[in-house]
Structures are given as C-alpha cells and as structure tokens.
Design a protein around this ligand. Structure first.
Ligand SMILES: [Zn+2]
Ligand SMILES: [Zn+2]
Length: 565
C-alpha cells in the first residue's frame, strides 16, 4: 500500500514537472500501476522519449524541495473553477457523484484526486524511480476520444531494486519472441490478413511439427485417442453447450449457411462430447481420452493482442477425459504427472500451481463442487505439490488446477489448465452404463497441457532466448564448405547426417566462410560444420558449437555419436 501511494504521488509530481516545463498542458489521469506509475497528457506539440530526462530532472528538483501533499474538499462548482482550463478534468468532475470532490495540492500543482498520498516528498527515494517511455493512449481508452501522450515511470523502494528490474527488463527484451520470431523466420503477422492471426513460415512449421509429432506419440502411449473436428458448429450446438449463453462475448458473430446459423468454435469440447455420444459406453470402456490439436478462435480486443501469447486464432493441445466418478482421482493424478514429464522434456522444471474454487455463478450443486474440489486437493497433496488457492477463480462449470510454468528469467506463464466439468455432461446428458446395468452420468475433465501451440512456442522462444534445444531446432546443422571444390565433400557429409534423421543445410552460396558463420550464429544454429582441404583429406569436420565457438576438428562419426538424439 505504501509503495502504491509513493508511486501515485510520483505520478502527481510527474504532472507537476510537466506543467512547469510545458505551460498550458492539459491533464488526463495518473494512477499507480504495477512497478510504477503513468500520467496522460495532451501536449500542444508531441514529445518523445528524448524529452524524458529533462522531465525526470525536474521531478528530482521538486522532490528535493520537500513538497507537501495537502488534501482539500471543495464543492463541485469550486472544482470547476479551479480546473476551468482542463477539459478532461472537467469531464471527470461532471461524472463524480455527490456535491463535494477532493483535490490534492502539492506545491503549485493541483489535481483532482481521492488519494491517499504521502505527506511530503521526503518519503520518496529520488534514486529509485525512472521515467521509461512515452506511448499514445486514447482518453479513457476509447478510440473515438483524442489520443493523449502517456508517460510511464518505474518506482521502487531502493535504487538496487530499480536497477535489477531494468536489467531483467533488458534481458526480457532480448528474449522478446516477437522479435526472435522474425529474426529466426518462424512466424509473421500481416495487416491485410488481420491482427492476432499468425502465419507460420516454413521454419516455424517445422518447429510446430516436431512438437506435434512428439505429442502424438506421447499421448498415444498414455492411452489417448486422437480425433479431429470441424472449425464451425451449428448455433444450436452452442446453445446446448451453454457457450451461446455464457461465452458469447468471446465468440465471433454467426455465419449464415442455408438459413442455418453457424459459429466458429471457441472450444473443442462439444465436438468431443458428440464423438463420445456416438456409441453406448460401458464402465468397462472408461476412461476414454480424446485428444485434438484443435484450432479455435476467440475474440480479443486488438489492444491486448501480443505476438503469439495473445492471439485471436490458436491451436489448443486439447483433450477431454471421460471417466466414472471413482476414476476421477486417478485420472487427475495421471494427468498431472504426465504433464510435468512433458514439460521437463521441453526444459521446464519449475512451476506455480493454482487451485481455483467455486465462483459466484456456477453450474451443478455445492456438494458436487466440494467433491470435485476435494479430489483436486487430495491429488495435489498426494503428489506433494505446493499450490495456492484462487478462491472463487474456477470456471462456471467446475473447479480447476492451473499450472504456470516459470521460465529462465523467473517469469510466470499460464499454460496448463485441468478442469472438472459438471456442466456439459448434464447439458448433453452424457452417460455410461455402470456395473449394475444402469445409466450413470459420466465425469468429464478438460485439459490443455501446453495451452496452445502458439503461446507455448512464444514461451519456448523467450525461455531459450531463441537458442532452442537441438531436437527442437528446425535447422540443426549447417555445413559450410570453404570453397566450391569442397561442396562435393559437404554433400557426402550431408548424406550421412540425413541418414540419422538430422535436419541439415549445405550453405553453398557464394559468400565468405566468416559471413556464413556469423549468419549461423544469428540464426542460432546448434552446430556449424566447416569443411575445407584439411577436413576433406582427413574425412573430418571442423565443429563450431552454439555458444561455444570453434571446438576443433573431429571425425564425423565421433561428432554424430556425441549428439543428443
Ligand atoms: Zn492522486
Ligand atoms: Zn474442453
């Protein structure tokens, strides 16, 4: 709370400094945010990041003056007079309830604000804040309103914390999957196609394919059956499932085909339910596990779209498990263990686990919720997994476990959800024949492990800063012949490499060796093998390993044996 108050007070000081440096400026609002604060301004002449040090220095001057924050309650009429040249403030005053509004005075600067604030700038550590960037922001987030300039600042308790944060941010910037995706030619976006709709380029598709193939095999071994379902479904289906009623704001408008309405699917669940329903299922057949790499489309505001991690169309590694009530515990346990094993294969070992419980609006009975929640708790405890409870954070149809993976920078990424569902089995009336020959409601578990292919690949790129493990690299080895007379030998080597199902490329363009090496390093190729006279004569290769550089001349067989394949 204290930190938030300091951050918000810094926002006032930012506005104060700006008003001193740019007379006649119009003010928007300036709240505290995570790690800092911002303030929105309407500048006569737009400013840029280069102007920030000047403003920051002015703020530091103000802080030194031990400026006091004073709260005053004034009538709305008085407030209107005070802010007569501030159209945005006037708009806010008009909308505030009651007749009295509170304002804060710090030095010459007055702001409409309900507080709280620090007593004086003595409480601020002038070394522990920094203005970071400017950005355009519509007044009140509405694109019909004027575009204001938002100045962002960071603020911490100590200079050390600020420096550490900046360092981490810089590291994160280097790992930005949007930039890496372009540099490594994995995926792209195109304005004419539309926002949030990624295109997978050849190398990106190879990466996806590697992951998909791995999942196909891995899930098959774990007893899943792969299915595939269409991208559209009749509106009636979505009415039955409850999506039309409860999930409509995330779906795109219906498409009309022969007087019937169809919706693009935001989820795969109802389709899998239909496959389950196509046969009479005995308890002896359960559990049944259907898996699909199902591409779904959900409405996201354009402002929140972000590279691959927030998109409008994505492919879930989705699965639905149908089981008897008695099997629920075992299935959840298996799911979790299997999930951790898969994550480990991709190099993730640390997780934060959340258990989300019954929200205000819910389907099913309290008793049912308790039972399912207890199953989830029991499994977490049995596996000795530490978790946090997100009270009321469950989806309307059942409690869930979320797994957030921690990347190499310690950042959390939401990937897995495991949800127990009371809603769909009831709505679609899906049953099995129990051991007494009677129909009984089946239990249904939804689970997406990686979450979506798009998001997961984004996370992988950030985790590894683009230097993906050997098995995930779309181009694993580059062969670099020194001169044209070595191309033939490079081809010989290539044949042997391909015999081991390794993906290689012969770089026979007319470029210098050093240029090719540099390019290979930029593209984060795991191994660059240079072959010239000596290597051709000795039947060897000169190996450059990613991150290590030249590791010497080696017999090809020996090099290939040493690869982790
Ligand atoms: Zn304030
Ligand atoms: Zn589902």
């Amino acid at each position: 709370m204290k930190q938030e108050t300091i951050r918000h007070s810094l926002a006032h000081l930012l506005a104060y400094a700006v008003s001193e440096l740019y007379p006649g400026i119009k003010f928007g609002i300036g709240p505290a945010i995570k790690n800092g604060f911002y303030y929105d301004f309407d500048f006569k002449n737009p400013i840029s990041n280069e102007d920030l040090p000047k403003i920051e220095n002015k703020m530091k001057e103000l802080i030194k003056q031990n400026i006091v924050f004073k709260k005053k309650n004034v009538s709305k009429n008085e407030a209107k007079k005070i802010f007569k040249n501030q159209p945005y403030k006037l708009e806010l005053i008009k909308e505030l309830p009651g007749k009295i509004v509170s304002i804060y005075q710090s030095g010459e600067f007055l702001d409409l604000c309900k507080g709280p604030h620090i007593k004086s700038t003595k409480e601020i550590n002038a070394e522990a804040f920094k203005l970071t960037k400017t950005a355009g922001a519509y007044w009140r987030g509405n694109e019909k309103n004027p575009m204001l300039t938002r100045i962002y600042g960071l603020a911490f308790d100590t200079k050390k914390e600020l420096e550490e944060f900046l360092k981490k941010e810089k590291e994160a910037e280097k790992r930005d999957h949007r930039i890496l995706g372009q540099k490594l030619e994995l995926f792209m976006f195109d304005e004419e196609i539309g926002a949030g709709l990624p295109l997978w380029m050849p190398k990106g598709e190879i990466l996806r394919h590697i992951i998909e193939e791995y999942l196909y095999e891995e899930l098959k071994k774990a007893g899943y059956q792969w299915v595939r379902t269409p991208h559209l479904g009749n509106l009636n289906l979505w009415k039955t499932s409850g999506h039309w009623e409860l999930y409509r704001e995330n779906m795109y408008s219906p498409i009309e085909i022969e007087n019937e309405k169809y919706l693009i699917k935001p989820m795969n669940c109802p389709f899998h339910v239909k496959i389950y329903q196509s046969k009479i299922i005995s308890y002896k057949n359960l559990p049944i596990k259907y898996a699909e790499l199902g591409t779904v489309y959900r409405y996201e505001k354009s402002g929140v779209l972000h590279g691959l991690t927030r998109v409008r169309g994505f492919t879930q590694d989705d699965a639905h498990i149908f089981c008897t009530p008695e099997q629920l515990t075992e299935e959840v346990e298996e799911l979790l263990c299997h999930g951790f094993k898969i994550f480990e294969t991709f190099g993730f070992k640390e997780f934060n686990i959340y258990l989300s419980t019954r929200p205000e609006k819910y389907a099913g009975t309290i008793k049912g919720w308790e039972k399912a929640t207890n199953v989830l708790k029991y499994v977490l405890k049995k596996l000795k997994i530490k978790y946090q409870v997100d009270a009321g954070g469950g989806v309307f149809y059942g409690p869930k476990i979320d797994i957030k993976i921690k990347d190499s920078l310690g950042r959390e990424w939401q990937c897995t959800t495991i949800q127990v569902d009371f809603n769909l089995p009831k709505r679609f009336n899906i049953t099995f024949i129990n051991n007494k020959g009677k129909k009984e409601k089946v239990y249904m578990i939804h689970r997406a492990l990686l979450g979506s292919m798009e998001r997961f690949i984004g996370v992988l790129l950030e985790h590894y800063a683009g230097a993906l493990p050997f098995w995930l690299s779309s181009e694993q080895i580059w062969l670099i012949p020194v001169g044209s007379q070595h191309i033939e030998y490079a081809r010989e080597v290539s044949e042997k490499i391909q015999g081991l199902q390794i993906r290689d490329v012969i770089k026979d363009e007319n470029e210098t060796v050093s240029k090719k090496i540099r390019e290979g390093e930029i593209k984060k190729i795991p191994y660059l093998l240079v072959v010239g006279d000596k290597e051709m004569k000795n039947k060897t290769v000169r190996v450059r390993e990613r991150g290590k550089g030249d590791i010497g001349e080696m017999e090809l067989e020996k090099f290939l044996k040493g690869l982790e394949i």
